[in-house]
Design a protein around this ligand. Sequence first.
Ligand code: 5U1
Length: 682
Amino acid sequence: MAEPEETRKRIARLRAEINHHNYRYHVLDSPEISDAEYDSLMRELKQLEERYPRFLTPDSPTQRVGAEPLEAFGVVEHPLPLLSLGNAFSSDELLAWHSRISRLLGQDSSDFVGEHKIDGLAVALTYVDGRFVTGATRGDGLRGEDITQNLRTIRSVPLAVPKDAPPRFEVRGEVFLPIDGFHKLNQEREKEGSPLFANPRNAAAGSVRQLDPRITARRPLDIYVYMLGYAEGGAPLTTHWEALEYLKSLGFKINPNNRRLSGIEQVAEYHQTWVEKREELRYEADGIVVKVNRLEIQQRLGDVGREPRWAIAYKFPAVQGTTKLTDIGISVGRTGTLNPYAILEPVSVGGVTISQAALHNEVDIRRKDIRIGDTVIIQRAGEVIPEVVGPVISKRTGKEKEFNLLEKVYDKEKSRPACPICGSEVLRPEGEVMYYCSNAACPAQAQQRIELFASRGAMDIRGIGENLSATLFEKGLIKDVADLYDLKNRKEQLLGLDKMGEKSVDNMLDAIDRSKNRPLARVILALGIRHIGGETAELLAGEFHSVDALAEASRERLISIDTVGPKIADSIIGFFHQETNRNIIRRLREAGVKLEEKPAKVEAMPLAGMEFVLTGTLDAFSRQEAEEKIKDLGGTAGSSVTRKTTYLVVGAAPGSKLDRARSLGTRIINETEFLQLLNQKV
Ligand code: 5U1
């Protein structure tokens, strides 16, 4: 036999052997050989592939090290939408779901599968002719990002499946970072001075959505597969449980904590078991997923919006822990508020180490009687910042100290309380609970104002998030929001920044340029006037039609507007009174930012007189964009369904508004019908 043929066979044998040991180690957690033996097989394979590159294929186990970096992710259209899940937060809500599906089926549904709802990143893996060909994120459910090269690096993602697998199929699962891997990663990042990941979910998403797969390859990511999306010519399956068993037989990693459950009582028990044992899990989970087991019943129940009726996420309650509050620190917010926060002895709460927690304000600290030195209860729920619930009074020793904010920020040299960032005077406006730094140019405020200005709900300048705005500010490239529009003249300096290549800089400058034409309400919000949120900004834009008119409005005129009280009016007047702010507005105008909007004749507009309420997630628009569109066409957007509501627009994962609309007989439309309505009416 010719030598290359021998080599080809040896390569095939080595790959099969290595794949087998990968599976034993990464999927079954039961290795058969030592690390040294494994390394030796890999070394031989790598050497052969280097000598005979024509035999190198993308599904070789050597390719898990990560391919060359990409400029951007491609888009993958999901042949079948990736659904999201409705939530139950209490046993009553679980029982209500059970009653609903039993009523629809005309019989008591009792055959379920219980799984853990892992806090990771949902992905779809497609296999064609036995090979892993495409891996995609969920995206908006219809289109995701192509992260094939990154998923290839995850050892528990099979690169090849047995020959008798369906010729084309898709599996779905959750990529996650195990808790110990998360801690290790953060320790390394701390050493290198990189920003830490807030939780394993963010770390997993950040690792998978890396343009450089070599970085992904270094992160200890894992996957549990939780359903078969579709299969062409696959084995006939009758239950979800069988599908999971089948996927296991193909080499996929299935969560060993999955259970078949008989009756809704067993579902509740399964949930309770894991509420009590969730700290023991090697991954973060925020609840269980309950699925109707029989596939034919799943089909009969179907979906509503982008959620299956046959499955629901039954969430775990917020997790709590106790630790010692060693001190109370003060940070300065965007509007200059002095925000107290708890400095804690680090404690693991639901798998995440917490060393700081929110304390809101001094009045709240007094009301809860939280003292420095107290043992306190910490609560963490989902993505929100952990908060201090209250002290454990029984653990008091008598040495605890009451907190006084003015004492904390007292500057002995100045003989007065001072902003901890810039040393300026500290004020508390009458009737407010918060103290403020009096200096509008305080660097802490300025940087956060830039962040708000660029944020999605405001000028939506993609790419300028917390990190980049901090860098631009620290490097002296911008001092205020108007400087953003001068950055195009400082390209050289931008290119000198860490991780800023030609393409990123161009994208950023494009995004800045595009932001010049945002609707007036967004501009008003972006200015960062204290007490002005999105809704008030909308209201003010509708009343004044220009930033100049708003700046000139009298207190009486402002107070005459519905929902604008003296506090908001004084804040607006105070903002425009400041020379620095007037200067910024002048420079924004000179840069070409649109600061006015023509008043619309509402009666003549196509959606005039119609009130829309939205529930769930839409594909084509964010909630804010949909509401802007409705308002542009003369309609109004309500926050709850009432008898006045003309239409309820239902997106994926709708909330209780849907039930309310049904009970009131409100017209319910889906996103397609909503789009048709907008287009017809435009
Ligand atoms: N374990 C598990 N997680 N999870 C998430 N199963 C599961 N199923 C899902 C999702 C979004 O969705 C299907 C029920 C459609």
